[in-house]
Structure formats: structure tokens, C-alpha cells
Design a protein around this ligand. Structure first.
Ligand SMILES: NC(=O)c1ccc[n+]([C@@H]2O[C@H](COP(=O)([O-])OP(=O)(O)OC[C@H]3O[C@@H](n4cnc5c(N)ncnc54)[C@H](OP(=O)(O)O)[C@@H]3O)[C@@H](O)[C@H]2O)c1
Length: 243
């Protein structure tokens, strides 16, 4: 298996796209730190991946907005797994209600921005230095076109945070060029998960994108197949369709 000996960290691995991404990486032999807040979900996934693929899989019930917890977990990962080769910033949340911004719960909007933006910033800040020092590593940020927000004027925190994460990717692109560290955005399309099922705007959708497209693209990033696309956005459904 071609990722044997490599170490990945996947946030939001407990369910949805994160679970599919972690499974695709483990199937190639990558050992993993599986992060999300619901302990039972990451525990169960770690056991499943270790049993099925013979990889090391460590569950971590971590909140990506907690810097001290991140430091502890990163230290644990480096001690027990080794230097991290791949970070997948996948964990995200969306507003509880689909209402225009001027009717929104300001604490809920901030919860979304904090999780979706501060989370990737903190995780990347913790894991990037050893990658740069070693001259090798890859960071994937899960991006979104936030079509629901631009169409309906709702889910403002989600839209703002996702655009900001893409700007974060952009801001790292030139400084990281030539360091051996690659950063990329991956767009999943519209995938049926707890996140999208909580959004009334998608109630009538029948043709969902395949989560396997996203998992395959992230696996291929880990394999170095997109290193020449450093700093760009990979559209998973388009790539799966041969685009
Ligand atoms: N589904 C789509 O169509 C779609 C489209 C475009 C982009 N995306 C992006 O793809 C990614 C995955 O989305 P999804 O649809 O798979 O969502 P999901 O099914 O709701 O899963 C989100 C995951 O993130 C974890 N998480 C949430 N807050 C966290 C926190 N503070 N700390 C650690 N983990 C946390 C959740 O676990 P806990 O609640 O247990 O922590 C869960 O495992 C997101 O970045 C999303 O923006 C999705």
C-alpha cells in the first residue's frame, strides 16, 4: 500500500465526509489521528480502520477550537505515530437555523465562524512548522461554494468562514512554494451528510454528489498526485467525472 509509513490527521473524522476521507487514506496504508468531539464515533472508526487495514489509528475527542487541547494531541501524535505528513482540515458546522443574517442568533453565527475558521487556523499553525522544517507535507482544506448562502442570504457564518478558509489557503501558497509543503482546497460538491440534511434549502435535492469523489481526491493529494496544483482548488465531482 502506497501510503504505508505515512501519518495523517483528519478533523471531523467521526462521520460524513471526514469518515470517508479517513477510510480512503487508511485503505492505502496511512496511519491516522482521527479527530472530532464525539468520542464514540472516532473510537469506533479507529477500531474499524485498524482491524480492516492493519494501520495505526488513534481516536481523539478534540474540539478544533481549543488550542491547548490541540497542542496536547499533536504532541501525542508525534510521540506515538511520528511526524505528520498530511493534515485534512475537514471539521465544520453550520448555523442551526436557516434565517437571514439580520434575524440570526449572533452566538450561533460566531460558533460557526470559530469552528470553521479558527479550527483550521489552529490545526495548521500546530502542524505546519514540523512540515516546513522537514521540507515535506500536505495540507488540505475542505472548501465550499456556499451556494445556499449566496442564493438565500442565510448561513452567513458558514459562507464567510468558508471563503476565509479559501483565502487562508491562498495566503499560504506563495510563502510555501519551494518549501516542499503543498496546500490545496478540495470542493466536495453537494454531498448528503448530517450537515446538508440539516439545511431546509436542500430538502428537494435528489441528485447528491458521491462522497467517494472527495475521498478519492484527498487520497490522491496524499499520494502526491496533485502537488503540481499547489494553491489551487480541486473540484472533486468534476475530477471524478474526468474534468
Ligand atoms: N456535505 C457537503 O455537501 C459539503 C459541501 C461543501 C463543503 N463541505 C465541507 O466538507 C466538510 C465536511 O462536511 P460534512 O458534510 O461531512 O459535515 P458533517 O457530516 O456534519 O461532519 C462534520 C464533522 O466535523 C466534526 N466537528 C464539528 N465541529 C467540530 C469541532 N469543533 N471540533 C472537532 N470536530 C468537529 C463533527 O463531529 P462532532 O460533532 O462529533 O465534533 C463531524 O465529525 C466541512 O468542512 C464542510 O464545510 C461539505
Amino acid at each position: 500500500m502506497s501510503l504505508t509509513g505515512q501519518i495523517g490527521v483528519v478533523t471531523g473524522a467521526g462521520r460524513g465526509l471526514g469518515r470517508d476521507i479517513a477510510t480512503a487514506l487508511a485503505a492505502e496504508g496511512m496511519s491516522l489521528l482521527l479527530v472530532s468531539r464525539t468520542r464514540e464515533q472516532v473510537n469506533e472508526l479507529a477500531e474499524d480502520l485498524a482491524g480492516r487495514f492493519g494501520v495505526k489509528a488513534f481516536p481523539s475527542a478534540l474540539d478544533v477550537t481549543d488550542p491547548e487541547a490541540i497542542d496536547r494531541v499533536v504532541m501525542h501524535a508525534e510521540q506515538h505515530l511520528g511526524t505528520v505528513d498530511l493534515l485534512v482540515n475537514n471539521a465544520a458546522v453550520i448555523e442551526r437555523e436557516q434565517v437571514p443574517f439580520w434575524e440570526s442568533d449572533r452566538d450561533d453565527v460566531w460558533r460557526v465562524v470559530e469552528t470553521n475558521l479558527r479550527g483550521p487556523l489552529l490545526m495548521t499553525r500546530a502542524l505546519l512548522p514540523p512540515m516546513v522544517l522537514r521540507g515535506r507535507g500536505r495540507v488540505v482544506n475542505l472548501a465550499s461554494r456556499a451556494r445556499a448562502a449566496t442564493r438565500t442570504g442565510t448561513y452567513t457564518g458558514y459562507a464567510v468562514s468558508k471563503r476565509a478558509v479559501s483565502l487562508f489557503t491562498e495566503s499560504l501558497t506563495e510563502p510555501l512554494r519551494g518549501t516542499g509543503v503543498v496546500v490545496l482546497d478540495v470542493l466536495p460538491g453537494l454531498v448528503r451528510t448530517d450537515l446538508t440534511l440539516s439545511m431546509p434549502t436542500w430538502d428537494d435535492v435528489t441528485a447528491w454528489d458521491d462522497p467517494a469523489a472527495t475521498a478519492t481526491v484527498v487520497r490522491d493529494v496524499a499520494l502526491g498526485r496533485y502537488d503540481d496544483r499547489h494553491g489551487t482548488v480541486l473540484d472533486a465531482p468534476a475530477l471524478a467525472a474526468g474534468g
